[in-house]
Design a protein around this ligand. Structure first.
Ligand code: SF4
Length: 106
């Protein structure tokens, strides 16, 4: 799983890391083929995850995608595929889907 990095995210994070956007892209990101050509992490786990304490090393400037996770305030129809990916990983997403199922079966 990887966040997407908007151009604004890339500028903000690159500045925080003292890098140019080009250097940031080259070191950390890859561009998706086809579709929206989103910018994604080059490697997993996320290179900004501090594995010793499970905290984000760029938390104050993290991608908007991360800041909005698990995207419960977005239109469900637009994010159903994301929730499907995350249901086994994210308790909040699991709870959202469980409540939705309950409401549909009531
Ligand atoms: S919150 Fe930080 S560590 Fe987690 S995916 Fe986003 S950038 Fe990576």
């Amino acid at each position: 799983m990887t966040p997407t990095y908007t151009n604004t995210d890339q500028r903000r994070i690159a500045r925080y890391l003292g890098m140019t956007v080009g250097a940031f892209q080259k070191k950390y990101l890859r561009q998706e083929r086809g579709g929206d050509r989103d910018w994604l992490n080059r490697s997993t786990p996320c290179p900004f995850l501090n594995l010793s304490d499970n905290k984000c090393r760029i938390y104050s400037v993290r991608p908007a995608d991360c800041a909005g996770f698990p995207h419960l305030k977005k239109r469900f129809a637009d994010y159903g595929h994301v929730h499907h990916q995350n249901i086994d990983l994210c308790p909040a997403t699991f709870e959202l889907v469980r409540r939705l199922q309950d409401s549909l079966s009531a």
